[in-house]
Ligand binder design. Structure first.
Ligand code: NAP
Length: 288
């Protein structure tokens, strides 16, 4: 199967390389051409336009930042209709369930087939084929695309119809935001009170409250160095906004999410948006 990766930012580049390594024939397109061109060194052919990449492939994997970006690429106002006839479009970014359903309808109207397959995990997991794939869409189509998902994930799963994979991904990312914020808050108090952090961590690790992500990010909180982002804070902020919008149309209380969104906004105003999402700590805990 010939694949096009559309959007070779942080995650898209790694996914394209992984698929190429696993013997798929991959071409790539990115709005800023240098990111797609850089992949030529590993044998991934850059395309000059998204339409060219679509035309060269049987299936296109979308790894764009949000639904607006996807629409501007697939359905650009006043430009040629994209060549979606008989193409499979696999949307792997994080977007809202309703956005995914609407995209699915429009892709089908243009003669294509649509599957959503958002992922949990980041660049190291993409590199090693250990992403958690949560697909949504028609079973037969999912099964046809399974070799792609198996190249990226040890245990890809179909969650249900289009929208359900997207919803589960938002549920997961709400946990990323919530766990990050709640741990940062407790660590902030521990440090404020001059308690030994290792003693706190030792007790936490023995308890039912422990989550591995706490240790994974601990050095960053302690050093206030957030380094090269695999998953930047600005994307987590976007995902929390998507979660809140879905929650508003459900039975869920949105107040806690709104409070967390306000903290995230503060973090973005502090210029932390491109850093690792754990930089949220800096907006929750003022440095003395
Ligand atoms: P990223 O590095 O910021 O890449 C975003 C991509 O979207 C780039 O290719 C960018 O093109 C493109 N883009 C943005 N606006 C566009 C527009 N209007 N028209 C055309 N292209 C546009 O983000 P990422 O980390 O790869 O994430 C991609 C998606 O995967 C997001 O939905 C994110 O939430 C999700 N995700 C990311 C991770 C992760 O660990 N990074 C994990 C799970 C899910 P340019 O290069 O030209 O700006």
């Amino acid at each position: 199967m010939k694949l096009a990766v559309i959007g070779t930012g942080l995650l898209g580049s790694e996914i394209a390389i992984r698929l190429q390594d696993r013997r798929f024939e991959v071409c790539a397109w990115n709005r800023s051409s240098e990111k797609a061109n850089a992949l030529a060194t590993v044998g991934i052919r850059p395309s000059a336009t998204a339409n060219e990449a679509l035309a060269k492939s049987n299936a296109a994997i979308l790894l764009l930042s949000d639904a607006e970006a996807i629409r501007s690429v697939l359905f650009p106002a006043g430009s040629d209709a994209p060549p979606l006839e008989d193409r499979i479009l696999i949307q792997m970014g994080t977007i809202a369930p309703n956005e995914s359903r609407a995209l699915g309808r429009d892709v089908e109207r243009a003669g294509g087939q649509y599957l959503e397959a958002p992922v949990l995990g980041s660049l190291p997991e993409a590199r090693s084929g250990r992403l958690i794939v949560m697909a949504g869409g028609e079973l037969g189509l999912y099964e046809r695309c399974l070799p792609i998902f198996e190249a990226l994930s040890e245990q890809p799963q179909r969650i249900g119809e289009v929208g359900q994979g997207a919803a589960l991904k938002l549920a997961m990312n709400q946990l990323i935001a919530g766990l990050t914020a709640t741990f940062a808050y407790s660590l902030g108090l521990v440090r404020d009170e001059g308690i030994d952090v290792e003693q706190f961590m030792g007790l936490l690790r023995q308890s039912a409250l422990y989550a591995p992500t706490f240790d994974k990010k601990l050095d960053k909180y302690l050093s206030h160095e957030y380094g090269q982002a695999n998953f930047p804070l600005k994307h987590l902020r976007k995902d929390l906004g998507l979660f809140r919008r879905v929650a508003e149309q459900s039975t869920l209380e949105t107040q806690p999410i709104e409070a967390l969104e306000a903290v995230m906004e503060r973090a973005l105003q502090k210029g932390l948006g491109d850093l690792d999402y754990s930089a949220l700590y800096e907006a929750l805990v003022e440095r003395r």
